[in-house]
Design a protein around this ligand. Structure first.
Ligand SMILES: [Zn+2]
Length: 116
């Protein structure tokens, strides 16, 4: 499942700060939706997502090793839960990015700083 967080942001339709659902695919902010009026801002981040995915795949073994070194038992214990979820997480991210690209207004693209 793509990661969805909540944030208080100013909505251009509501004209005030409201709660927003903020959807990430990997480290990229793809979609922001006002929970009051439903106004959604989506961006076409297909190229950025594929580049980010490539970087994450390349660095995955190193990141796994670091986590293992920090907490071997905790890391090993988490694998039965996290590994089976990865394909669904990837599918969810791809679906989010491609759906956003299809509905994003023409020309709404661009790079953004990665989320930490
Ligand atoms: Zn709104």
């Amino acid at each position: 499942m793509s990661k969805i967080e909540n944030a208080g942001l100013e909505c251009s339709r509501c004209g005030t700060e409201t709660a927003h659902d903020v959807a990430y695919a990997g480290r990229l902010l793809v979609k922001v939706t006002c929970t009051r009026c439903g106004k959604t801002i989506e961006r076409d981040l297909r190229a950025e997502y594929l580049a980010d995915l490539g970087r994450r795949v390349v660095t995955k073994p190193k990141r796994m090793f670091k986590r293992f070194c920090r907490n071997p038992l905790g890391y090993a214990g988490s694998l039965p839960k996290t590994v089976p979820a990865k394909p669904m997480e990837l599918l969810s991210d791809v679906r989010l990015v491609w759906d956003a690209a299809r509905t994003a207004p023409h020309g709404v693209r661009g790079r953004q700083p990665g989320r930490r």
